[in-house]
Design a binder for this molecule. Structure first.
Ligand code: GUN
Length: 287
């Protein structure tokens, strides 16, 4: 069994981003990401802090907009409109979940698709499925990049994804299909789940339930990717996979923490620098 080190794959990705940022800075263009957080969800606060820290590390400017939980949908949409219009802002990220009185879908769709570095809006999801993506969805792209860096072939493999969220399961299916995998997406109504999981060469857990994937669901020498971030009964961070039971069966496995998490942020950095490059194409050509 080999542990996939998401911290080191993220470092490699971020080094490449840093070189692209340096070249933009030399041309007088400063990549900038606007990060919006509404309310005081502690997990969201941690994620936003990590994103801002990584921006600083690669040379991207970050602007935080921390809004109170009672912010109205209209106020949030007004802020997004201002950021859409601001040519110095290249990417806009609104941390989810939002308070219940705000329609998440309306907020996602309000972001200019050219600044939608999460790749959440319908236009960008459509481009993803037709193979014309500009931005790649961060967590799924992070999974693919880890597999690439570890020389794990995807083409022709049976990939089973447990979880069908818009953020992970569905877009990851698109990326794996593009790489010629045979993809199965499982969910709460899937019959014979354990047996379907055992058919996987590459098994991805993205359900959001602590230690949901047990050893009997994993084929000998399968690659196991754990996208979950949960707390176990002792309050300790853990993934969707029962790591200790599964690790000796898997050929490769991602740990939690230190697996998919750092890669998600690295891909966000990559999308932001790409947004900046595209938005400044004319300017850069004239240098
Ligand atoms: N909440 C959980 N994951 C994400 C993410 O990747 N982006 C945003 N904006 N919110 C999230």
């Amino acid at each position: 069994m080999k542990i996939i080190d998401g911290k080191s794959t993220a470092f490699e990705t971020c080094e490449k981003v840093r070189l692209r940022v340096d070249s933009l800075l030399k041309s007088g263009v400063e990549p900038c990401l606007a990060v919006i957080i509404v309310g005081d969800d502690p997990a969201s606060r941690v994620y936003v802090n990590n994103k801002k820290k990584k921006c600083a590390a690669v040379g991207i400017k970050s602007l935080e907009f921390a809004l109170p939980a009672k912010t109205t949908q209209g106020e949030l949409l007004e802020l997004i409109e201002q950021l859409n219009k601001n040519s110095l802002v290249n990417g806009i990220l609104c941390q989810l979940p939002l308070p219940e009185h705000i329609d998440e879908k309306a907020v996602i769709e309000a972001i200019d698709p050219q600044k939608d570095v999460d790749c959440f809006c319908d236009v960008n999801v459509g481009k993803l499925w037709t193979g014309n993506a500009v931005f790649l969805p961060c967590t799924p792209a992070g999974v693919m990049e880890m597999l690439r860096q570890y020389n794990i072939e995807v083409s022709g493999k049976n990939c089973v994804i447990v979880g069908r969220s818009n953020i992970v399961g569905k877009p990851l299916a698109a990326l794996m299909l593009q790489k010629n995998a045979t993809v199965t997406v499982c969910h709460s109504k899937t019959r014979e789940l354990a047996s379907v999981c055992r058919s996987a060469d590459i098994l991805v857990a993205a359900v959001g339930r602590a230690k949901f994937i047990t050893a009997d669901m994993v084929r000998e020498n399968a690659v196991v990717i754990d996208v979950g971030i949960n707390r176990d009964e002792n309050g300790k961070l853990c993934g969707d996979v029962d790591f200790d039971a599964v690790k000796d069966k898997a050929s490769f496995i991602t740990p939690v923490p230190g697996g998919c998490g750092p890669m998600t942020i690295a891909m966000l950095m990559q999308n932001t620098v790409k947004a900046c490059e595209i938005q400044n194409k004319g300017v850069l050509k004239n240098e």
